[in-house]
Design a binder for this molecule. Sequence first.
Ligand code: ATP
Length: 509
Amino acid sequence: LAHRHRNLRELFDVSLTWGDRDYLVTEDRRISFAEHAVAAGALATALARRYDVGKGDRIGIYAANTPEWVIAFWAAQCLGAVAVGYNAWWTPREIAYGLEHTTPTVVIADAKRAARLADSGTGVPVLTMEQDLPALIAEYVGDIPRAEIAEDDPAVVLYTSGTTGRPKGVVHSHRNLVAVSDYHRFTDALMASFTGQPLDGPSDRRYLVTLPLFHIASLHNLVVPRLATGAAAVFPHGAFDVDRVLRLIEQERVTNWAAVPTMASRLLEHDLSGYDLSSLNALSLNSAPSSPGLQDRLRDKLSGVQVALTTSYGQTESGTAATVATPLELAADLECVGRPIIGVTVEIRDPFGAALPDGEEGEICIRSPYVMLGYWNDDAATAATIDAERWLRTGDFGTIVDGRLRISGRRTDLILRGGENVYPTEVEYALEEHPAVHESVVLGVEHPDLGQEVAAVIVADPGTVTADELRAFAAERLAYFKVPARWRITAEPLPRNASGKVVRRDVEP
Ligand code: ATP
């Protein structure tokens, strides 16, 4: 299982060996590895001949999840070009910023985003997925370009969702993505070994993709490694809808689902009795804190299905999950995010960069072959985030106890209340133990004496709980200074970004 490919173009060749096996499956389409390779090769040829796209040039992708998104990504890799995954929720103004920032030679967009690009006032050539791509692919079928690519050449730019400021373009190299693929090849082989299948054969896993492809959790973890393992990626259409997703799990015999905690809370409100979920054997909760309360309720809800519940922690900059918590580790500590995955070293550091002993809280720093090259066109931000030995400063705070990482929260979310520090996550976890609380957000609001005080926004069904009840509930679990002083209970959904994460700065306290 050792590393065999030096770049994504070499990995692409592997896909030819998987032939007619499913690669990209949607509710109404089924594209095999062979069909995908033909389409991506033809598109790459068209981009080179018609638009003069060459090595290092950027190819923008601005679309909802479709097979064409993936085809465009791999066409870029055949040319040694850089695929830029723009956030499909971006408005004309935001996409104008993205285009100015990464200056693509051409943008491949779905019809809805193509219209938005027309409104953005930029002159970049746009190819639509619905009309232009099928025509170009039909015209150039037959050839698959092969560029000379070095391991440290950039392969992709993904933007951080910008929950803490302006989005930054995170650059991952071929080396980063091949390493992520190798990790998945290893875990898929491990799963195969449990069922007695050959270690190096194609994997029978089927992965559900419910997050946008411009998000690392989908592209790096679900879609790219499948070329190395021969497994399928299954995409529901449209915005997240529990019924649709469950029907697709049943119909396509999905085995693995990587979800975000918000999706899990929607699952809790849904009647599961009408679905056959027996194929599902792994459900991971990623990208945001999942409170022990939520995990317990989810385990109860899924008690009839043999599914392993795991959590993981990572960020766009870290390239893939940095730590994963297996069911065993969660049984030992429901608040942990597990241990570093193969290849990752995690250290907790003080503000001066010195490593701290176990149990002490500090900044989580990560070193691994998956960590980004840097930020696109921003040497100052890169230097502030990655040091000379390639340690990544995550901006998250946490502790390591018995080898397991616990996240306290983000530096930027910390509430400074009269000399005491309050991490919103800890308070949210406590509040989400209350059965009436669907979700909660804890924020710092200005206070004349204390600097900041703690405010809570609670999502609950109308009339099911009062602020006084919640205050008493919190006071039993938290030190006095962490108990929210201001409360707002609402049935309205919280403001979220494209990956389902709460945009804290848009929450009304
Ligand atoms: P930006 O970096 O611009 O604010 P973002 O928060 O959406 O955008 P991502 O890279 O998608 O950027 O998110 C990574 C962050 O999410 C981590 O740094 C961490 O704060 C948080 N996170 C991810 N997984 C977990 C987890 N299991 N528990 C707690 N927090 C998590």
